[in-house]
Design a protein around this ligand. Sequence first.
Ligand SMILES: [Zn+2]
Length: 307
Amino acid sequence: MSFIRSYLSDTLEKILSTFDCLFCLFDEFVFFCNSCFMPELPEVETVKVFLEKNIINEKTKSVKIENENLRFVVTTNVSQILSNSIITKILRRGKYLLFLYNNNYTLLFHLGMTGFFRIERKYEFRKHDHLIFNFGNKKLIFNDVRKFGFVKIFNAKEIFNCSHLKNLGPEPLSSEFCYEYFKKNLNRKTNIKNLLMNQSFVAGLGNIYCSEILFRSNIKPIRPINLIKDNEIIKIVNSVKKILLNSIKLGGTTIKNFVVSDEKIGYFKNKLMVYGRHGMVCFKCKNKIVKITQSGRSTFFCSQCQK
Ligand SMILES: [Zn+2]
């Protein structure tokens, strides 16, 4: 049984790494599907900030596994290990969230496509609820309709060596992600969009932000990386940082990843220059935005502004 489960997980992981969203495979027919966004760095960061405000230093009285079926089955030891422990810190690494506990365990979350958190004073069941963290006067609930998210528990010492995190490239907003780092990695045989999408090159970027970054850098997504000039590397690195910071400031692009009423969330959607805008005019040159498929994923660009 475990062999079949692991085979299915691996297969699903391969499919997920090929496509942003299974439903968006049909995006020839859908202009903009809100629920089909795969959260990227700014969305996960926004969720992190929300969680930090609400659950840091809270004592977990109990964790109820309402439905263990996520991308990987939630193990029952999660409830035992986390009872009566305190969340001391929440970190984000790439598109992952980490809950650090005072008993030297860490929970690793991936939101998949539709994973989101909500906080309630009194728990009210909703379909697709998976985990309920009971803090006494409030509950944190993880809900995931499409079940591509997951949660795993690790010993804190092992977390950064787990298969999900150990091969991640640098954080794009860190000083490590710079011109020199970029230049060193231009010996791979790929195009610029696929390089930026590669999590071992840089962690946290996905389809939305790669299209936006390359538009801002005036570079066509299909350009082989050996043809990227030095001044263009600087432009890309700067665009990565500017676009991510701006999106974080506006609460990311998706609005489905947490439920909160008094926050600014998802407003970067209004700032998208090319993503999801195929057939519409470019804001800069009035040429039509085109959409192509690269490695099974949709890419949007302006053939006049991007060379
Ligand atoms: Zn243009």
